[in-house]
Structures are given as structure tokens and as C-alpha cells.
Design a protein around this ligand. Structure first.
Ligand code: ARG
Length: 475
């Protein structure tokens, strides 16, 4: 690190008269193209709040440790408050010439309070500063996302409760498989989004160590108190290796991985909404609030929001890939490559925010066509497994034989153009003479769903007990 002219302290700071802050050893200004590729203020201005919080904690610690005077600290804190106000009012001058958020804040501080500003960067480098700011930003993003996922889960729970008994076909291979309830289907997503929230919470717990005080890469010769700054900034502890502190971004990768997985879940639900809304399915309706029309086909009502949520998963996966590729093969410690960590991360969380918000809106908005769903639930011989199970239970048939007999029943019903439940008792007895009237009780979709009482099954009572459990979790 260059030692700058007036302050006499280590770090990037220096007088701002025309030279960059790190310009002590430089005699010429950077080429325009150099500035153009180097500048990051356009995007890292989003770290302003974190940067100010970090600087406040750092300044307080420097004063508490006797590294800067109480008077200088007071001036610094006052200047930082004024900067905070300027940012809130939208009057803060974000300037490209100062490269990034860290130097923009420091340059402005110097304009506001004079030379004391130069003492703020004592025992600190932009390397630990940016590692701190970014970590705090990602930590907040994780917390916010958990809250959004819980809101989504609540809206799914409300629909699931309303439709704990609403029958629909359960699919495998998108072919009718066995009847389930709509509530059960929606609760599958409550589970997925619960795990997603858990992944963000896990990532947060692991990232909650404070890199401030690692300085450029090797630590600081000043008697700093890293435990004090860590706790002031809400971290569990300081990071334990200064090289790792300034060069690790796996906290962001982990958050992006959680986001990418979450986006795949959102895209699956989005796809189902698209399919359910087609007139061919006709399972649900979305109101005008969550659909759009066509400029040429007046009859159209399109599920654009669902389609966009489905597509945005691509951006989430891309963000993870982008940062993983930036980090791959980077030697320790800091390299400027790492400045490229922010754009994909900010973008990913913006996309996730919109996607979860839109999905929460659509789930709250949708209305189910219970009649269509129930009719579809019984189609496609969806209770064939129930017939086979009945043969096993009632006639003590081995399941393989029961499967075969049921296959013959389906074939016969197909020939007659009717459902399994419409086969006469004579037709049934032709398959196996021991079959009696009782068989018809298991052939309705409602009976089929109600019979699946195993833990986590689709029986309405099971669905209701899972709803109750989640309501408790989300209280
Ligand atoms: N803008 C930089 C970044 O985002 C801050 C750290 C710069 N450090 C340095 N030694 N040039 O990574």
C-alpha cells in the first residue's frame, strides 16, 4: 500500500486534488480507458449503507483503542452522519473519479470534515473494507429472502387449507397417476420453499464472521480490537485468517447457490401454473391482476408473470456460474477480479426478490376450479392402484397378480369406453369370481385420496396436520 502525503497513515487515502487517493507514488493520471475498466461506483454504490456502518464501527474501535483521538472520532462520526443524510436525500455526489464506494465516502468525508477524515483508514484497507461491506449486504439479502419465502409459504398454506379436500389428479410423467388433493400438491411447495429458506439461513450462519481488521491481507500492526468491531456489526466473531478474510467469496457463492436452487423450485411452480391455466387443463384461473392480454388475439389471457418467473431461473443459475468462474483459480489474497463479485450477486437477489414476490401474488390470486380438477382426478383410470390394493387386501392376492388383474380391468373398461367404477359386477367377476360389491368403495377418487393416510400422504387429515405444523413453524 502506498503511504499518502498528508495523513501519514497507511492505506489508500490521500489528498483528493486531482490525483487518485492512492496516487502518492504516481505522477500521471490514469488513462481514460483505465478509469473506465476500473470504476465500480456505478454498481457498488449499493454498498453505501454497509460501508458507512463499517466505518462507524471501525472509527469507534480506533478511538476506544487510543489509535485516534476522541475529537477526531467525533468529527468522523459527524461527517459520516452527514453523508448518511446526503445519501438518504439523494444529494450525495457519487463520482467516477473516486472509483468505488469506499473512496467516494472517504473523499466526501474529507470535504466535510477536513484532514481528520484521513485517519479513518488507519489499520484498514479497501480489501477488508469491501469484504466486510459485501458480506453484510449478502447477509441482509439472505435475511430478506427468508422473510419473502415465509410470506410465499403463508400464501401457499392459505390455499392449501382452503383446498385440503379438493381432488385433482396427481401426475407422474405428466400422466394421470393417482388422485391427490390440491392442498397436498401445494404443500409440496411449502416443503421446498422451507428447505430453500433453510439454505439461506445456513449460509448466513456460516458467513457471519467479520473480516474487518484483516487489513490489506496480513493483519495490522495497530492494537485493533477485532472482537469489538465484529460484535458491533452483528457478527458472531471475527474471521480467523487475514488472507482468507480478504480473498473469500464463498459466502456469496453459497447464497447464490441457495438462490439458484430456490429459482428452480419457483420455475417448477410457475410451469404448473402455466399448464393449469390452459383451457385444456382449466384447473385454475388468475385474475386480470396477474395476467396480460394479446395485442392481436382478443380472447387471450396469458400467464406472463408465471412464464417470467420460470425464465428468470436462468439468470439465477447464470449468476452463480458467473461468480464461480470469477473465483476459480484466483491466487491468494485479494485480486481485482473480485470486484466482479457484485454485479451478478446484486442482480441475482433483485431477480429473486421479484420472482418470489410475483409468485406470492399469483398464489394469493389464483382460484381453483374444483369441478374441473375433481373430474380430471377420476379420469385416466387413476384409481387402478386402489383396485390392485383392494385385491391384495381382500383376496390376499400377491401384488404382482393383482397388478395383472387390474391391467385386464383397465383394458376391459377401455374397450367399453367407461371408467373402472362403471364396470358391472359381472365384468368384475369375469376377472376374478371372488370380487364382490365392496370393490366399488375404493374406486372413487375421494376414497382413493382419503385412504392414503400414511404419514405425509395425501389424505385430507394428513394434509391438515402438515398445514398445522407449518403454521406453527411460521408463527
Ligand atoms: N472496488 C474494489 C472491489 O470491489 C475495492 C477493493 C479494492 N482494493 C484494491 N486493492 N484495489 O473489490
Amino acid at each position: 500500500m502506498a503511504t499518502s502525503g498528508s495523513s501519514g497513515q497507511g492505506g489508500d487515502q490521500g489528498p483528493s486534488g486531482g490525483q487518485a487517493m492512492w496516487g502518492g507514488r504516481f505522477s500521471a493520471k490514469p488513462a481514460e480507458m483505465m478509469q473506465a475498466i476500473n470504476v465500480s461506483i456505478g454498481f457498488d454504490k449499493r454498498l453505501a449503507a454497509q460501508d458507512l456502518a463499517g466505518s462507524r464501527a471501525h472509527a469507534a474501535m480506533l478511538a476506544a483503542q487510543g489509535i485516534v483521538s476522541a475529537a477526531d472520532e467525533a468529527a468522523i462520526q459527524d461527517g459520516l452522519s452527514r453523508i448518511e443524510a446526503e445519501i438518504a436525500e439523494g444529494t450525495f455526489p457519487f463520482r467516477d473519479e473516486f472509483e468505488d464506494i469506499h473512496m467516494n465516502v472517504e473523499a466526501r468525508l474529507r470535504e466535510l470534515i477536513g484532514p481528520a477524515a484521513g485517519r479513518l483508514h488507519t489499520a484498514r484497507s479497501r480489501n477488508d473494507q469491501v469484504a466486510l461491506d459485501f458480506r453484510m449486504w449478502v447477509r441482509e439479502a439472505c435475511d430478506r429472502t427468508v422473510g419473502q419465502l415465509q410470506a410465499l409459504q403463508r400464501s401457499l398454506l392459505a390455499q392449501a387449507e382452503a383446498h385440503a379436500e379438493t381432488l385433482m389428479p396427481g401426475f407422474t410423467h405428466l400422466q394421470p397417476a393417482q388422485p391427490v388433493t390440491f392442498g397436498h400438491h401445494l404443500m409440496a411447495y411449502v416443503e421446498m420453499f422451507g428447505r430453500d429458506a433453510g439454505r439461506f439461513a445456513d449460509a448466513r450462519a456460516r458467513m457471519n464472521e467479520c473480516p474487518l481488521g484483516a487489513a490489506a491481507l496480513a493483519g495490522s500492526p495497530f492494537p485493533i480490537d477485532r472482537h469489538a468491531t465484529a460484535s458491533a456489526l452483528g457478527f458472531d466473531r471475527p474471521t480467523a485468517n487475514s488472507l482468507d478474510s480478504v480473498s473469500s467469496r464463498d459466502f456469496a457463492l453459497e447464497a447464490l447457490a441457495a438462490g439458484a436452487i430456490c429459482a428452480t423450485h419457483l420455475s417448477r411452480l410457475a410451469e404448473e401454473i402455466v399448464v393449469w391455466m390452459t383451457p385444456q387443463f382449466g384447473f385454475i384461473r388468475l385474475s386480470d391482476a396477474f395476467t396480460t392480454g394479446s395485442s392481436i388475439m382478443p380472447q387471450k389471457k396469458n400467464p406472463d408473470a408465471a412464464e417470467l418467473v420460470r425464465a428468470k431461473a436462468g439468470r439465477m443459475l447464470a449468476a452463480f456460474t458467473q461468480l464461480a468462474v470469477v473465483m476459480k483459480g484466483l491466487p491468494l489474497a485479494y485480486s481485482k477480479d473480485m470486484q466482479e463479485d457484485k454485479v451478478p450477486t446484486f442482480e441475482a437477489f433483485d431477480v429473486l426478490d421479484l420472482s418470489i414476490g410475483a409468485m406470492t401474488g399469483m398464489i394469493g390470486d389464483l382460484s381453483a376450479n374444483a369441478g374441473r380438477m375433481a373430474a380430471a382426478a377420476g379420469a385416466g383410470f387413476s384409481t387402478a392402484t386402489d383396485l390392485a390394493d383392494w385385491l391384495v387386501r381382500t383376496l390376499d392376492m400377491p401384488f404382482r397378480d393383482a397388478h395383472h388383474v387390474t391391467g385386464a380391468a383397465v383394458k376391459r373398461a377401455e374397450q367399453l369406453g367407461c371408467d373402472l367404477a362403471d364396470l358391472s359386477l359381472d365384468e368384475m367377476k369375469a376377472l376374478d369370481p371372488r370380487i364382490g360389491e365392496g370393490v366399488y368403495e375404493v374406486l372413487t377418487p375421494a376414497a382413493s385420496a382419503a385412504s392414503r393416510k400414511s404419514y405425509g400422504g395425501t389424505a385430507p387429515d394428513q394434509v391438515r396436520s402438515q398445514i398445522a405444523r407449518w403454521k406453527d413453524v411460521l408463527k
